[in-house]
Design a protein around this ligand. Structure first.
Ligand SMILES: [Zn+2]
Length: 296
């Protein structure tokens, strides 16, 4: 009897101690250390360079870019499929953006040149040259950069996700970026899709490299080529006028827009802000009141 009781106590203790074993060991993967992160970036960079070489080999034989990176998986172009997997990829061989996910096999990289995007990408290349990303890895996101990019010149550069906002990241220097965007804008000054990044980026680069006098000409080029009918365009113009500290011109711009559409809340908000900055407190208050009335 005593032996049975003792066995019962031992079993109970075993059950209690087993249920106390939390958390389970598997599934929770620790984030990489700084050293591991750097190593992953290095391996990924080498992968991208190898992918670039494979694309060049593919181009030579086929006279065109592949439709997807998985098309490179052929002994002739890419003997090792592991090159298509980034060591920082924690989602099992997938690009981060759904539209970039390779349909045929696990690929960590976002390919930017499938046929349905080629027209848009070609416009980007006409504007910025061969620095435009061809293959992007988004698995290393951190404060310094979001993407590793293989470009059309088959070099690897780091950039933020929206590289168009800081295109200089893709060039060797700011001067090189300026020369390329100047040439691009000469070729397509009226490209409305690209204008909202290209013009203000060039204006900012002019200022940062000590050529603020060139911004004036850029503003005029913008005004004579881009329709002011879309909010994003007049915001682009106002961004450039802000760089020149031309507050009165910004005021005139937004007063004109208010006349066109007195209920445009974005315009009213900006107008109140400009009045405030110019010290027109009463006008700022009246515009704010208009905004509030509209809200009711
Ligand atoms: Zn990577």
């Amino acid at each position: 009897m005593k032996a049975i009781l003792t066995l019962g106590i031992v079993l109970s203790l075993l059950i209690i101690s087993a249920s106390a074993q939390v958390p389970p060991i598997e599934l929770i993967e620790a984030p990489p250390t700084e050293e591991q992160r750097e190593e992953q970036i290095e391996i990924c960079t080498q992968n991208l360079i190898a992918i670039g070489k494979s694309i060049q080999a593919y181009l030579k034989v086929n006279g065109d870019f592949p439709e997807w990176l998985s098309d490179l998986y052929h002994p002739r172009y890419l003997p090792d499929p592991d090159i298509l997997i980034c060591p920082a990829d924690r989602v099992g061989g997938r690009a981060v953006f759904p539209r970039n996910i390779d349909p045929k096999m696990p690929v960590s990289y976002g390919y930017q040149f499938p046929s349905k995007h080629r027209e848009r990408v070609q416009e980007n290349r006409d504007m910025y040259g061969n620095v435009v990303p061809l293959v992007r890895c988004r698995h290393h996101g951190n404060e310094e950069f979001h993407c590793l990019n293989l470009n059309y010149a088959f070099n690897v550069k780091r950039s933020f996700s929206i590289w168009e906002a800081t295109p200089e990241d893709l060039y060797e220097s700011r001067e090189e970026a300026i020369a390329a965007i100047e040439a691009g804008l000469q070729q397509q000054p009226d490209n409305e899709r690209l204008s909202d990044h290209a013009y203000p980026a060039l204006a900012r680069l002019y200022i940062e490299t000590g050529k603020p006098e060139k911004v004036e000409g850029l503003v005029n080029l913008f005004k004579s080529n881009i329709s002011p009918n879309y909010p994003r365009h007049y915001l682009t113009l106002s961004t450039m006028l802000e760089m020149l500290e031309r507050n009165e011109d910004i005021l005139l711009l937004f007063m004109r827009l208010e006349k066109q559409d007195p209920n445009d809340r974005g315009v009213l908000r900006k107008l109140a802000e400009i009045h405030q900055e110019l010290g027109n407190t009463e006008l700022a208050g009246n515009t704010e009141k208009g905004l509030n009335l509209y809200r009711c």
